[in-house]
Design a protein around this ligand. Structure first.
Ligand SMILES: NC(=O)c1ccc[n+]([C@@H]2O[C@H](COP(=O)([O-])OP(=O)(O)OC[C@H]3O[C@@H](n4cnc5c(N)ncnc54)[C@H](O)[C@@H]3O)[C@@H](O)[C@H]2O)c1
Length: 409
């Protein structure tokens, strides 16, 4: 990995995987970048082959950006996750290499919420079963087991961007809402906070998971949690596949303990269109299975494409890291006629003083400067006017704390 980068804007190479929205392609092409857009994800070996020489990588949730991929990424400055989750990226290694990671934390929130609501109504009303019967020629008008959602209690596990918006819309439908979150969260509307997951499971008619994919959440919802849910309750997971034990879910459904479920995310998902989907949950009439489409609406995809492509372009031009997932957040308005030095470094006392003494020794005039730190790393933008010698860059690069140096002008 080159520690000093001076990218010629006309030679920026972009690799976009997993059918990223055309709006992102045109946004990046409009910058003059060379964009290659592929339909499918690439596996580790394929990506290691393709990544050398690429400055910007765009992925969605299937591509694993591992430490080995990042080792092979000799020119990479930023990764755009055109989705919400970023646990498919080795963020620690990306930070150590000074590579910024951006995502679209809010763009598809509404789409996930609308799908969850549609599924809650469909299962509560037994629409999947009625629909299947009709298609096989059976006219069954029986109302037993079909309910309105009005007045029923919804339990939201994970009260973040999606959980909170679902809370508001579900109340508008007349549902009562309880939630459980490991972090302190403000209850919206009339929602009630539960002090434990068990309290939520024992008191709600519908349990829906909207937790993030942190490693500790792997397998956190299994036989014990299903057993604690109310008899006849409904279960939804539109968050991350790894959080639920699907063998235990099948058992809870076939035993009749749960009356239905909707699952959008799976521990192992097919890599591309046409690959077989394998799951313990196939073939159950009261289960809605969807191929990880919670956030897949045209509205959301266009918004994500635009949002992340903008972040990447601004990062290349200005070095600003607002809303970066892994690097400290710095936004210094660009000034015409200035050179900008971006210095990613290990966060230790005295780095700023050392950078400024190198600049002062070389009579470099600092016109603007902004530093932010986050955990182990610091991110410093310095705008300078006038000429400067190569020795300045040599000295900055030679500092033991320097992770990466980029020069933008
Ligand atoms: N199905 C899809 O297509 C789709 C689309 C978008 C997002 N998602 C997924 O939905 C999930 C939620 O997204 P978001 O934007 O609301 O995330 P978020 O980070 O805003 O919210 C997650 C919340 O879950 C809480 N949490 C984490 N672990 C918990 C636990 N074990 N118990 C209780 N609370 C816990 C966190 O404190 C946080 O408040 C993510 O996993 C995301 O990847 C799926």
């Amino acid at each position: 990995m080159e520690r000093t980068m001076m990218i010629d804007q006309a030679k920026v190479r972009v690799l976009l995987l997993e059918s990223i929205h055309p709006d992102a392609v045109s946004r990046l092409e409009a910058e003059g970048y060379q964009v290659e857009a592929l339909r499918n994800a690439l596996d580790e070996a394929e990506l290691i082959d393709r990544i050398p020489g690429v400055h910007l990588l765009g992925i969605r949730s299937k591509t694993q950006v591992t430490a080995k991929v990042l080792e092979a990424a000799d020119s990479l400055v930023a990764i755009g996750a055109f989705c919400i989750g970023t646990d498919q990226i080795d963020l620690g290694t990306a930070s150590r290499a000074g590579i910024a990671v951006f995502n679209a934390p809010f763009s598809n929130t509404r789409s996930v919420v609308e799908l969850a609501l549609a599924e809650i109504i469909a299962i509560t009303r037994r629409l999947t079963e009625k629909n299947e019967l009709m298609h096989s020629g059976v006219w069954d008008k029986a109302a037993n087991g079909s309910h309105e959602v009005r007045g029923r209690r919804l339990g939201i596990v994970g009260y973040g961007n999606i959980g909170t918006q679902l809370s508001v819309l579900a109340e508008n439908l007349g549902m009562h809402v309880s939630f459980f979150d490991t972090a302190d969260k403000l209850a919206l509307g009339n929602a009630q906070r539960c002090s434990s997951l068990d309290e939520l499971l024992a008191s709600t008619d519908v349990v829906t998971l909207h937790v993030d994919g942190r490693p500790g959440n792997s397998g956190f919802f299994g036989a014990e949690q299903f057993a604690r849910m109310r008899q006849g309750a409904i279960f939804l997971n539109l968050s991350r596949g790894i959080v639920v034990d699907h063998v235990a879910l099948r058992e809870a459904l076939t035993s009749g303990h749960l009356s239905g479920a909707a699952v959008d995310v799976f521990p192992k998902e097919p890599k591309g269109r046409g690959d077989e989907f394998v799951s313990e949950l196939r073939g159950l009439p009261n289960v809605i299975l969807t191929p990880h489409i919670g956030g897949s609406t045209e509205e959301a995809q266009a918004d994500i494409g635009d949002f992340v492509a903008n972040k990447l372009a601004h990062f290349v031009h200005e070095g600003n890291t607002t809303l970066s997932v892994n690097l400290p957040s710095v936004a210094l308005p660009a000034q015409a006629g200035m050179s900008r030095i971006v210095h990613v470094h290990v966060n230790m006392p005295g780095v700023l003083a050392q950078v400024n003494s190198i600049l002062a020794e070389h009579q470099v005039n600092v016109e603007g400067q902004l530093l932010s730190t986050r955990g182990e790393y610091g991110y410093l933008i310095t705008d300078i006017s006038g000429e400067y010698s190569d020795d300045v860059l040599e000295r900055l690069r030679g500092m033991s704390q320097t992770v990466r140096l980029r020069v933008l002008s």
